[in-house]
Each structure stands twice: as C-alpha cells, then as structure tokens.
Design a protein around this ligand. Structure first.
Ligand SMILES: NC(=O)c1ccc[n+]([C@@H]2O[C@H](COP(=O)([O-])OP(=O)(O)OC[C@H]3O[C@@H](n4cnc5c(N)ncnc54)[C@H](O)[C@@H]3O)[C@@H](O)[C@H]2O)c1
Length: 416
C-alpha cells in the first residue's frame, strides 16, 4: 500500500515536471492564459475533450479550465495517455478519465465518461466524441453548441456526416487551418514519427530503405525527415498529383507490392485502410520494421500477422513486437500499428502543438461566444493570422509589410 502511494507520488511529480517543461515552451498559450484568466470566456461552458493525453494536451485543458470551462478529458487512443501527466492534470481542476494501455471496451467506457458532464462544447480527435453523440449518446447532442476537430481523419468523417444531413451542431475543422496542417501534420508528424520508431527500435535509419505510404501532409514530413536521416525513400500513392510531387522531391515512387520487397522500414500515413496487406507482408524481408502514423490502426494488417505468425517475439521495448512467419522471416511491428508517434513517443514537438492548440482554443472561444447553425466550418482567417503573427513574434522574426501602392497594385485588374 505504502509502495503504491509512493508510486503515485512519483508519477505526479514526473507529470508536474512535464507540465512545467511545456508551459515554458508554449508562448502562444501563455498569451491566451493571461487573457482567459481575466476574461473567463468559457464561463458556463462544459467541455468534453478526447485528445491524446500527454503534456501539451494537458496544458491546453488547463488553459480552457483557466478560461472558466468545466473540463473533462480522455485520451483519443488506447495507447497514447501518459499516466504521470494524467495524475498531475487531475490536481489542476480538470476531470481526467485516462490511462495508458486500455482495451477497446475500457476505451469506449472512458469516451462515454467524458460525455457524462453533458457538454456544451466538444474538442475531438478522429471523431470519437462526435460519433457517440450521433449514435449511442444522441440525447446529449441538443445541448452541444459545437466543437472543434483536430485531425484529417476526423474532418473526413464530419464531412461525410454533413453530406448525409446528420451533423447535429457546428464543427470547426481545425486540422484544415494553414497554421495547423502545414506545420503539425508535416513537421510535427515528420519528426515525432521517427522519434517513436527510433525510441522503440534503436536501429539505424541512414542507408536504410524506407517506404512511406501516402504523400499528403504527414507523408511529406515523414519522407523528408527520412531523407534527412540518410535513408533511401520510396513513396506509394494513389493520387497522381501527389505521386508527381513525391518524384520531384527526390523520392522513388512505385506500387506497394514492388516497394516492400527491399524495405527496412514501412511507414503508413494515408488515413486509409488495408494499405499494407497479406500480399505485401508475405514479400517482406527479415527484420523489416512496420509503423503507422495515420490516425487509426487500420493501415497495417496486424491481425493477419497475429494469425499467421509461427512465433511472436518480444522486442527490445514493449512498444515493438516481432512476428515470425513460416518463411522464417520476422516482421517487427511498432505500437500495434497504432499512431506510432504518440503510442511509442511523446507526440509532436511542443512548439508545434503551441500553434495547433492556440487554434483550438480560439476556435472554441468563438463557439462559446456565438452559436452557429450545424455545419462544418473552417477556422476563421483572423485566427490563423493571429497564430502566424504570434508565432513569429515568439521566435523574434519580423517580416515586411505592403505599402499603399503595393496593395493597390495587388488589388487591381489594370496592371498597366
Ligand atoms: N501521427 C500524427 O500525429 C498525425 C498528425 C496529423 C494527422 N494524422 C493522420 O494521418 C493521416 C494522414 O493525414 P494527412 O493530413 O497527411 O492527410 P492527406 O489527405 O494530406 O494525405 C493522405 C495521402 O494518402 C494518400 N493515400 C490514400 N489512400 C492511399 C493508399 N491506399 N495507398 C497510398 N496512398 C494513399 C492520399 O492520396 C493522400 O495523398 C490521417 O489519418 C490523419 O488523421 C496523424
């Protein structure tokens, strides 16, 4: 008992240290905190959050609570919650329902727990809360003014829901803001995906053959960082424009069945399902490392490996497992094929999440101030510009400004 109490104490102090670390490195949230503490724009609002619960997310939850919201949070992936951060956050006026390593039933139960506060606002990642609010928790949807969605896959789902006429309230596509996907998806996923893989495997990327599936914002970042680490990169795509871009960026492009034969690493970033299937897994060489950076664990067919393996081998950390097939070759899977940068790493670098979470906070503030009809909305241009300018100020970068003649010139059809 004494031991358990001591462990919880250690956990809390490690979580507090992580929170202090991010507070020092999130200048945009610090600016908002000063204003929110004075103005309390979320007073009277109940906010349910489903977002990877690590330190940067905890800083956002604290900020929104500082702004007057009642906040209840869970993690948006069964493996992404950090227990020490959860313990530290629950000391700071936020209701926390999260633990690392949940099974599907427990994960679902905690998504429901955060909805029990009967939210007026939601902050969602991959549509976890929204999908429950339009199905099993329909009765709560009428009380929700709106919400904000963090990732590409979630926005895709909201769009489908709106198309079917079933979106019950306003949702803001934070993912689609310029200051989000250009930096978070690209540079954030690029860096943190490799951090997760290297932490789990501790193998060399230089000189290795890396296959990146999908050349969207995340895929570009993952491929760019792999090239920077000295890898030879092969991209797979289903979109001809993106495939051309991958070629011109210096990658080789080919179908997955050709790409996987010599691969040392295969990283999926498509947001699509069944990207690495049995027909590909059969062809892979001994020692290949498979990881997924897309939102859901549907890109690599880990279930097929589980079923076919003649031997399941523990890796150097619990985050990597080997599947030896009857051909004697082992395929190593990082983090069960779940979002590798959060399940086997700490997620995106802190300065990037400062920008993303400033967009989240300001978008939610807009919804707290004014109700909008149901629909999918972009982030207001003013918010994107505020974040861009505030980030430049934080890093001490100045830019030029248009003078009157230049503005007239750029707004005129008569360029003579
Ligand atoms: N790991 C993270 O922290 C993180 C961060 C942001 C987004 N995401 C997730 O990553 C995924 C990708 O996001 P994005 O912003 O790059 O999306 P995107 O739409 O910009 O890119 C996806 C790319 O994959 C390609 N693609 C689709 N199906 C394919 C298939 N079967 N084979 C090969 N290519 C295919 C598409 O043509 C597109 O170019 C989404 O699930 C998103 O939610 C993860």
């Amino acid at each position: 008992m004494e031991h358990a109490t001591e462990q919880r104490g250690d956990e809390r102090s490690s979580g507090r240290a992580k929170l202090e670390w991010v507070h020092d490195r999130m200048p945009l949230l610090a600016r908002l905190r000063d204003r929110y503490r004075a103005e309390k724009p979320f007073s009277g609002q109940r906010l349910s959050m489903s977002l990877h619960l690590e330190a940067k997310t905890a800083a956002l939850a604290e900020l929104l609570a500082d702004g007057g919201a009642v906040v209840s949070i869970t993690s948006s992936n069964p493996l992404s919650a950090q227990d020490d951060v959860a313990a530290a956050l629950s000391e700071r006026g936020v209701e926390v329902h999260a633990r690392r390593g949940l099974d599907d039933v427990e994960f679902d139960r905690l998504q429901h727990r955060v909805l029990d506060i009967e939210p007026t606002l939601i902050l969602d990642d991959g549509g976890e809360l929204l999908s429950r609010l339009v199905t099993s928790r329909k009765s709560l949807a009428g009380g929700v003014r709106g919400g904000a969605e963090e990732t590409t896959t979630g926005v895709t789902r909201i769009r489908a829901l709106a198309r079917d006429g079933r979106l019950p309230f306003a949702m803001i596509a934070v993912n689609d803001a310029a200051m989000k996907h250009l930096f978070d998806n690209r540079y954030g996923t690029g860096q943190s995906t490799w951090e997760g893989i290297m932490r789990a495997c501790n193998t060399t990327v230089a000189g290795a053959q890396v296959v990146v599936a999908g050349y969207g914002y995340c895929g570009r970042g993952v491929a760019e960082r792999a090239r920077g680490l000295g890898a030879q990169v092969i991209v797979t795509e289903v979109d001809a424009v993106r495939a051309n871009e991958a070629v011109m960026d210096g990658n080789r492009v080919m179908p997955m069945r050709d790409a996987v034969r010599t691969a040392d690493f295969v990283v999926t970033t498509t947001g699509c399902r069944d990207v690495v299937r049995a027909e590909h897994l059969r062809l892979m060489k001994d020692g290949v490392v498979l990881a997924n950076a897309g939102h859901f664990n549907v890109e690599v067919d880990v279930a097929w490996l589980e079923a076919q393996a003649v031997r399941r081998r523990p890796g150097r950390t619990p985050d990597v497992v080997g599947y030896t097939l009857a051909d004697g070759r082992t395929r190593w899977v990082v983090a069960e094929g779940r979002l590798v940068n959060l399940a086997a790493g700490d997620g995106h670098p802190v300065e990037i999440m400062d920008m993303t979470f400033a967009l989240q906070a300001l978008s939610l503030e807009g919804l707290a101030k004014a109700v909008r009809p149901p629909g999918l909305y972009p982030v207001d241009g003013d918010i994107d510009r505020w974040v861009a300018q505030a980030r430049l100020e934080a890093i001490g970068v100045a830019i030029d400004h248009l003078n009157r003649a230049q503005m007239r010139y750029l707004n005129s059809w008569d360029i003579a």
